[in-house]
Design a protein around this ligand. Sequence first.
Ligand SMILES: Nc1ncnc2c1ncn2[C@@H]1O[C@H](COP(=O)(O)OP(=O)(O)O)[C@@H](O)[C@H]1O
Ligand SMILES: [Mg+2]
Length: 398
Amino acid sequence: MILITRKISPVGYLCTMIRKPYQKDFKLGVLGGGQLGRMLLQEAIDLDVKIAALDPDENAPCHQIVHEFVHGSFKDKQTVLDFGKDKDLITVEIEHVNIEALKELEDSGIPVYPQPDLLAIVQDKGLQKEFYSKNNIPTAPYALVNDKAEAMERRDLLPFAQKLRKGGYDGKGVSIIRSEQDFEKAFDAPSVLEQFVDFEKELAVIVARSANGEVKAFPTVELEFNPEANLVELLFAPAEISDSIDEKARSVAMKTIEAFGFVGLLAVELFLTKDGDILVNEVAPRPHNSGHQTIEGNVTSQYAQHLRAILGLPLGSTDQVRPAGMVNLLGAPDYTGEAYYEGLEKVLGLPGVYPHLYGKSTTKPFRKMGHVTITADTVGEVKRLANEVKSTVVVKTQ
Ligand SMILES: Nc1ncnc2c1ncn2[C@@H]1O[C@H](COP(=O)(O)OP(=O)(O)O)[C@@H](O)[C@H]1O
Ligand SMILES: [Mg+2]
């Protein structure tokens, strides 16, 4: 058993007993029961950590496989309070959760990682951008507006990316406004207007910080997006960048997690500009799809690392064992209904190809149904296999 001190007020500190995960009946509460929770569970089994998950979808990917599945909204204060009160530790696999409830649980002595007051900053892209400016973390210039009328007054910022301050994900709260003609597609809601970055590449670094302050970053990954769905379609690691850019990206990610003081994982999405600068786009304080390939590609997976960080255990090596990549399996555009994975058996016959199906019974256009990890001797071979997987597997209905 270890003792940690937690700040409970500007003047007071509370000693909290963190029980070891392998102690009897230790239970980790996870807000969200989606695919990230499902992969977290796979690592939790090896530490004999029992997981309880809360999710509004009664058929969520964690349904039936966690020790306790609670059907309910992680946005509802009372539901989160009821869910959290008998847990030894609480974490999230999605950031859009009820902060007030998490703060109350934290005040009652239950450790909550990532910390609720930091989650509140990440939930609001406006507060996130202000945080980067205040902490000298490189990011694109921006302005905050309250509505569409105010956005339309900022012709001086064109072209820009307009981002809803709250609630956006997978590109759904982002609108690229290139000129005045695009003003009609501007959001009429509080948002960030961020200077359009004509980036060379999109990169991401996943970094972990443990409850005792240890920090480790995974190697930089490179992302390719599906232009129609705005979802990551292919990523590979190591990124095809120079060592100095990799170094810069990792040090920006480490600076970012240290500035926040997060305990747990932080996925830092980055732009590499044509001038070789690294800018922070946004962060996610949890396992992230830009780290899926760490399960097969790295000494420690991002899921194992998140558990080690929040449990106050030593962090694992982030070294990459083999070049690796990941292809998302998105529902094909024209199919809705019971999912069928055409071509899956064929790709299973390829060397170094590992499917991860999320257990969602119904497919919809562009729904994230699973992903495939690919490992090979070179990034070139990873990309070749990834393209083969992409053109072979189709998620449709039978
Ligand atoms: N300032 C920008 N300039 C150019 N492209 C951008 C900018 N901001 C976002 N994008 C594009 O939109 C995508 C989604 O934006 P992001 O802020 O990451 O929102 P989400 O929360 O939906 O992931 C990015 O991955 C990038 O491709
Ligand atoms: Mg993003």
